[in-house]
Write a protein that binds this ligand. Structure first.
Ligand code: M6R
Length: 371
């Protein structure tokens, strides 16, 4: 087959090198189930695979993170929620403040980007137009670009100074699941590298991979989805490192079940959203038994006393939960890798219960290559 590339403006042929990218045979990949479910269930393995990173590269990047005047994450959708957790990890472990900017807004901030800025771009596909646009502008201003992506030879791969791959295999379902946890693993490792604890980090992350299996209780989530399938609104609350999980849980649910869902820091509830809580409104409180537990629970109670139906995702039960989704106890910083799993399953089963195709939600594309 001959491929020719033309400039749409001048209509002249352009001389470009063409490379063939090989993916796994999709027919072998799917055996009678949705890709999304398969990808959710794969995470016990993909989390471990994502730890297979070059240690020298991790260390070099960690030093660049510590030396940079500004560290800016840029990403969209699910990848942006991974970035928000990265920001927390850099602060907690590396004691380094960083900022997260939605990729489509990044261009409006490039005036303050210079050669002392390190940009960390996160994109499963490596083809999201908004991400590429922001990265190009930052590069023009002299910033260094480190990227986290799943696709070799993607446009992001080609324009970055350093790249970390997720090693989790192709993600086919439109809703991002295993790429999200893979992105988190890379960010954990970068944070651990800043304190020279890559090995310790890898061991802990592999242990978490083993725990993922124990929380996959498909029956509870299937049953819950049947109960919730006619609900119109869902509010997800959490604090600290899990705040981004509340947002990611809401994104998964809305994109697949077409219901209204919002994720927010639990402390924000009383600043407006509480007025929307009435008899039977579903509130999902992600409240692992860490230093955020009591406060998140208090916020859930504010919703409960207005009639809210409370689903608690926690390692500790509480009488205010109408439904308790149990997760194992782990160190505070690792909870996101566990709390997200039941939320992905809930979104999946709700879509199925409503007769939607979870692999191909309406109006959405796997990779958004237009601005
Ligand atoms: O390929 P990317 O990671 O750059 O994609 C970013 C978003 O478009 C993507 O995460 C989107 O939000 C997903 N459909 C969420 O499940």
């Amino acid at each position: 087959m001959t491929i020719k590339i033309f400039d749409v403006g001048t209509k002249k042929e352009i001389n470009k090198k063409i490379e063939e990218v090989k993916f796994e045979e999709r027919e072998n990949y799917l055996k009678g189930e949705h890709y999304m479910l398969k990808e959710i269930l794969e995470q016990q393995e993909t989390v471990k695979k994502a730890t297979e990173q070059d240690e020298q590269k991790l260390l070099e990047t960690a030093m660049e993170i510590l030396r940079a005047k500004n560290v800016i994450f840029t990403a969209c959708g699910t990848a942006r929620y991974a970035a928000i957790i990265g920001r927390y990890l850099f602060s907690k472990i590396a004691k380094k403040f960083s900022e997260v900017i939605m990729a489509h807004e990044f261009q409006y901030f490039v005036d303050s980007v210079d050669k002392d800025t390190l940009v960390i771009a996160i994109s499963q596909s490596g083809e999201t137009a908004d991400v590429l646009e922001g990265v190009k502008k930052a590069k023009e201003n002299g910033a260094k670009i480190v990227s986290v992506t799943n696709v070799e030879n993607s446009s992001l791969d080609r324009i970055s100074d350093k790249i970390f791959f997720l090693n989790c295999g192709p993600e086919i379902a439109v809703a991002s699941t295993k790429a999200f946890t893979g992105q988190l693993v890379v960010l954990y490792l970068l944070a651990f590298a800043t304190i020279y604890k890559i090995q310790e980090g890898k061991i802990k992350l592999k242990e978490i991979g083993d725990k993922i299996k124990s929380i996959i209780d498909k029956d509870i989530l299937k049953e819950l989805s049947e109960k919730l399938k006619d609900k119109k609104d869902f509010y997800f609350i959490a604090r600290g490192i899990d705040f981004a999980i509340a947002s990611e849980g809401a994104l998964k649910l809305k994109e697949l079940s077409y219901a209204h869902a919002e994720g927010m820091p639990a402390g924000e509830l009383k600043h407006g959203t509480l007025s929307l809580i009435e008899e039977g409104t579903t509130v999902i409180a992600i409240c692992p038994k860490d230093y955020t537990y009591e406060e998140t629970l208090n916020n859930a109670l504010e919703a409960k006393s207005r009639g809210g139906f409370i689903i608690g995702v926690s390692d500790e039960g509480n009488e205010i939960f109408d439904v308790w989704i149990k997760i194992p106890k782990v160190d505070e910083i690792f909870y996101p890798l566990l709390t997200i799993i039941p939320l992905q399953l809930l979104a999946y089963y709700l879509a199925v219960a409503k007769g939607n195709n979870p692999d191909k939600p309406r109006n959405l594309a796997k990779s958004v290559t237009v601005k």
